[in-house]
Design a protein around this ligand. Structure first.
Ligand code: ADP
Ligand code: MG
Ligand code: ZN
Length: 257
C-alpha cells in the first residue's frame, strides 16, 4: 500500500470529494492529527474522514462494476454467439414504433415472467440483438437469473445427439438443462427441417417449461401460419399464447456492431 500525504491529496484549490457521497471537504474541515495513513483506494480515507456509509456505497459500486465487467463472460458461457456478445439496449438504435415498443417492454421484464415471449419479424431487424440485450439486462438486475441462449437448430441437434448416443449427455439430460434454467432464449425457431421428432422436441421443451412456470423467449422469421406448420398445432398454440412482439425495420445484417 502506498503512503499518501493527506495534505497533498487535497487538490490545488484545497478540496477533496468523497467518492462515496460526493461531499466536498476542505482541508480545514477534516480532523487530522498530522499522521499520514496508508491507502490504495479511497476507502480508508473516506472511513477516516467521511462515513462508514460511504465506504459501503463505494464497495457496492465496485461490486456492481465487477459484475458488469463479467457479464460478457457470463453471456458467452450462457451460449450467446461471439458476434452478439456486445448487444445491449444502449447500443440498439430503434428505428420504428415497433422497436420502441419492444425495447420498452423488454427492458422492464423481471423474473419469473408470467408469459413467454415471441419476437417475430423479417431477417436482420434486431430480434437476436434484443434477445441478448434482455439477457444482459436480466443479469445486471439479478446475478442469479441464469439465462441460456441456444439456436433452434442447435437445440434440436443437441437433443438428437443425446438420443442416438453421440453426446456425452443423454437426451434426458439435455432436456433437463433447457427446462430448468430460469430464462431461455430459443433463437430462430422454425428454421429447422420439420419432422415428427422436431415437433416432439419442441413440445417437450415448451410444455415442460410452461408447466414449471418458466418463461421462454423465442425469436422467429416466420409468421404464425408457418410456425404452426413447422412446429405442429400443439406447440404453436402454446407459442401464440405468449406475448408476441412484432419487430420490423430495415435489414441490418452486414452492419454488425
Ligand atoms: N436497431 C438496431 N440498432 C443497432 N444494431 C442493430 C439494430 N438492428 C439490428 N442490429 C444489428 O444488426 C445485426 C443483425 O441483427 P439481428 O439481431 O441478428 O437480426 P435478426 O435476429 O432479426 O435477424 C446484428 O449485428 C445487430 O446487432
Ligand atoms: Mg436472429
Ligand atoms: Zn461521504
Amino acid at each position: 500500500m502506498n503512503k499518501f500525504s493527506i495534505r497533498s491529496d487535497f487538490n490545488h484549490s484545497g478540496n477533496k470529494k468523497c467518492a462515496g457521497c460526493g461531499k466536498i471537504f476542505k482541508f480545514s474541515d477534516i480532523q487530522w492529527d498530522g499522521k499520514d495513513i496508508e491507502y490504495n483506494s479511497d476507502t480508508l480515507w473516506i472511513d477516516s474522514f467521511c462515513s462508514k456509509q460511504c465506504v459501503l456505497i463505494l464497495k457496492k459500486r465496485a461490486e456492481y462494476e465487477t459484475r458488469l465487467a463479467n457479464i460478457d463472460n457470463i453471456l458467452w458461457k450462457s451460449g450467446v454467439p461471439e458476434i452478439y456478445l456486445r448487444c445491449s439496449f444502449e447500443n440498439f438504435r430503434p428505428e420504428t414504433q415497433n422497436h420502441l415498443r419492444a425495447v420498452d417492454f423488454l427492458k422492464a421484464i423481471t423474473l419469473p415472467l408470467k408469459k413467454s415471449i415471441l419476437l417475430f419479424g423479417p431477417c436482420g431487424t434486431g430480434k437476436t440483438h434484443l434477445a441478448v440485450a434482455t439477457m444482459r439486462k436480466l443479469l445486471i438486475n439479478d446475478p442469479n437469473s441464469n439465462p441460456l441462449f441456444i439456436s433452434a437448430p442447435r437445440l434440436i441437434g443437441e437433443i438428437r445427439a443425446g438420443t442416438v448416443g453421440e453426446s456425452e449427455f443423454t437426451e434426458e439430460e439435455v432436456i433437463a438443462k433447457y427446462t430448468t434454467n430460469r430464462f431461455l432464449v430459443i433463437d430462430d425457431i422454425g428454421v429447422e427441417k420439420p419432422s415428427a421428432f422436431v415437433a416432439q422436441c419442441w413440445y417437450r421443451i415448451v410444455d415442460t417449461r410452461t408447466a414449471n412456470g418458466l418463461p421462454t423467449m423465442f425469436t422467429s422469421n416466420l409468421g404464425r401460419e408457418e410456425i404452426t406448420e413447422q412446429m405442429g398445432p400443439r406447440v404453436a398454440s402454446r407459442l401464440f399464447g405468449c406475448t408476441t412482439i412484432p419487430i420490423d425495420g430495415t435489414d441490418k445484417r452486414g452492419q454488425r456492431l
